[in-house]
Design a protein around this ligand. Structure first.
Ligand code: ATP
Length: 603
């Protein structure tokens, strides 16, 4: 089953392809007014930066040279004024910078989260949670640099570089030529280092995601319990150490590569002024140039090299940002396998009739988890599924919910092929209670309202009473406002299940899917749950994965599944009389004292 088109669709890793750039701009586009203002400010700052070298030249050559105290005072004031103007523009620039970056990150995060929410179950059974978290957090944060680093510095550096070059040429073409000779030596190392850094960055991102996943799995409650019960703390710590050590080494390498690079760069940039002083010094001696001109020129030189160097490193920055974008786009490109058909309509009726017509399901091509399954459940009827583990019972219920789609055949609800109705209207009509009950870290009331946002307190209480959990809820510390879930008030398995039943009651679906708990609860709790469930099933079409004899006895039809096929069907008595697989299962259970459910039924 091709559950995830994503991996095939993801473009091969040409980091800054034209398509990727266009997509990046798509995310920048909504903020163009702010971007324009930002770029104007950046341009202004770059031009203002040209002024100080000229003030210095006038101070040295005119004010000091002609001993003009008044001019010296004015020039000093001017240089302070320029500094203040420059500072103010800087504040505005960083405000706009942050604003745009944060908004883009917000958009990206929302887009990824929305995409993930739209995906089918298959994606989540195949992806580690930590990997997803890492894309949502560190990759999104990584693109922060695109606006503040790449976009702003490109503009600023280009304007600075060009304006400085123009001014330098106007002063002296010979000095300009001397200054520019050094530039190629700056470019060469940049290209090599860029490649190495990019490779390391990519490795680090992957390693980071893997370490995150490991932490998530081993520090989550289920994983942690497993480690404790198997006494695997040592091995897990060792694994963690090894993974982290690799990550640490990668990070050190990445940082060191950068350092060597900057060292080479700074040696080369120091060569420029040296050349200028050597050549210009001679010219001053021969009286062709003034001291002020050389000092101003050296000051301008910094405005030539810094942007040139930055433009080179910018190339590296863009590549690394592109790597982040690439990983984000991979997620945005995922297409849900199960989505509304273009012409999907809401389910017109809500009787709750389920029909399977020659349904087969293959998770993996060629391996049938369900094979030619046909049956009908009418409103008010209950179908019980029995059969060995792995027979396809859960898979059958997944198909009703469209968590997966059948490979062939069709599933109908109220006579409509469920692939032609909207997912929302289908799922609104279905309630499920599974063995793995999940509660959010929120109040009992909020957990219940998950089924019906607008439910009143009276409705909550009515549903809870029907599920025999109301009395328990009101004796908790804060009643319906008690926080439950992962770090909240701990509920027992039976209590959680009753709360889940109340939640489904509130939803009031026409179809009910139940995976009965295999573990036996105490008889008191058990009775409440059974009574709650019978109320829930009354008048609804139910499919129950049966683990209890009471259920199969009450069922209108029992389907015995084996290797994805229905090999027997009928009522309990019919199947017993038939003397086949079901009868053998029943005999086995009767003779097995470890099956309290059966034993209690026989009482
Ligand atoms: P149990 O009673 O043990 O829960 P079951 O009857 O509910 O079993 P299913 O969970 O429906 O059985 O599984 C039917 C078959 O499909 C099994 O062989 C299982 O390994 C396979 N299967 C289930 N889910 C997937 C999946 N996401 N990807 C691949 N194979 C799967």
């Amino acid at each position: 089953m091709n559950w995830w088109h994503g991996s095939d669709q993801v473009r091969s890793a040409t980091a800054v392809s034209a398509v990727n750039l266009r997509r990046v701009f798509h995310f920048l586009a909504p903020y163009w007014p702010q971007l324009v203002v930002l770029l104007i400010i950046v341009g202004l700052s770059s031009l203002i930066g040209l002024v100080p070298p000229f003030i210095i030249r006038s101070i040295i050559d005119t004010a000091i040279g002609q001993k003009d105290h008044a001019l010296l005072g004015w020039l000093t004031i001017a240089s302070v004024a320029v500094a203040i103007g420059f500072g103010l523009l800087g504040v505005l620039q960083s405000y706009l910078n942050t604003l745009i970056s944060e908004r883009i990150m917000y958009d990206l995060k929302t887009a990824i989260y929305e995409r993930l929410q739209s995906l089918s179950l298959g994606f989540f059974t195949n992806t580690r949670t930590g990997e997803m978290m890492s894309r949502l957090t560190s990759d999104v944060n990584g693109v922060d640099n695109v606006v503040s680093g790449s976009l702003v510095s490109t503009t600023s550096n280009l304007i600075t570089l060009l304006s400085t070059l123009a001014v330098m040429l106007a002063i002296s073409w010979q000095l300009t030529l001397l200054s520019v000779v050094v530039l190629p030596w700056l470019i060469l190392p940049t290209l090599t280092v860029g490649r190495v850094r990019r490779r390391l960055r990519k490795q680090r991102q992957q390693m980071n995601a893997s370490v995150n996943s490991h932490m998530q799995e081993t520090l989550g409650i289920s994983g942690f319990m497993l480690i404790k019960t198997f006494g695997r703390e040592r091995q897990e710590i060792t694994k963690f150490r090894e993974e982290n050590r690799d990550l640490m080494r990668l990070q050190i390498r990445e940082a060191v590569v950068g350092r060597w690079f900057f060292m080479v760069m700074s040696v080369i940039t120091a060569g420029g002024p040296a050349l200028l002083y050597w050549y210009g010094g001679g010219k001053i001696i021969s009286g062709e140039l003034t001291i002020g001109t050389i000092v101003a020129f050296v000051a301008l030189l910094a405005r030539l090299y810094n942007p040139a160097t930055s433009l080179m490193t910018l190339h590296v920055e863009i590549m690394t940002s592109a790597a982040y974008f690439e990983r984000i786009f991979q997620y945005l490109d995922l297409r849900p396998e199960i989505a509304n058909a273009p012409d999907a309509k809401p389910l017109p009726t809500n009787e709750g009739r389920i029909e399977f017509q020659h349904v087969s399901l293959e998770y993996v091509p060629g391996r049938k988890a369900l094979d030619d399954v046909s049956f009908t459940v009418r409103p008010g009827q209950m179908v019980a599924l029995v059969g060995p583990s792995g027979a396809g019972k859960s898979s059958l219920t997944y198909l009703v919910l469209r968590l997966y789609d059948s490979t062939s055949g069709c599933v109908l609800v109220d006579g409509q092929d469920i692939k032609t109705v909207t997912l929302e209207s289908l799922r609104r009509n279905i309630g499920t209670v599974t063995q793995e009950t999940f509660l959010f870290h929120a109040s009992v009331a909020d957990n219940l309202r998950f089924a019906k946002l607008e439910a009143t307190q009276a409705e909550l209480e009515e549903a809870s009473r029907a599920a025999f959990i109301h009395d328990f809820i009101i004796q908790m510390p804060k009643g319906y406002d008690t926080i439950v879930g992962e770090r909240g008030y701990r509920l027992s398995g039976g209590e959680k299940q009753r709360l889940t039943i109340a939640r489904v009651m509130l939803k009031d679906p026409r179809i009910f899917l139940l995976d009965e708990a295999t573990s036996s609860l105490d008889t008191h709790s058990e009775r409440y749950i059974q009574e709650g469930l019978s109320k829930l099933m009354a008048g609804r079409a139910s499919i129950v994965i049966a683990h209890r004899l009471s259920t199969v006895l009450a069922a209108d039809t029992i389907l015995y599944l084996d290797q994805g096929r229905i090999i027997e069907r009928g009522t309990h008595h019919e199947l017993l009389a038939h003397g086949g697989a079901y009868a053998r299962l029943y005999e086995e259970q009767l003779s097995n004292p470890n099956r309290p459910a059966v034993a209690s039924m026989e009482e």
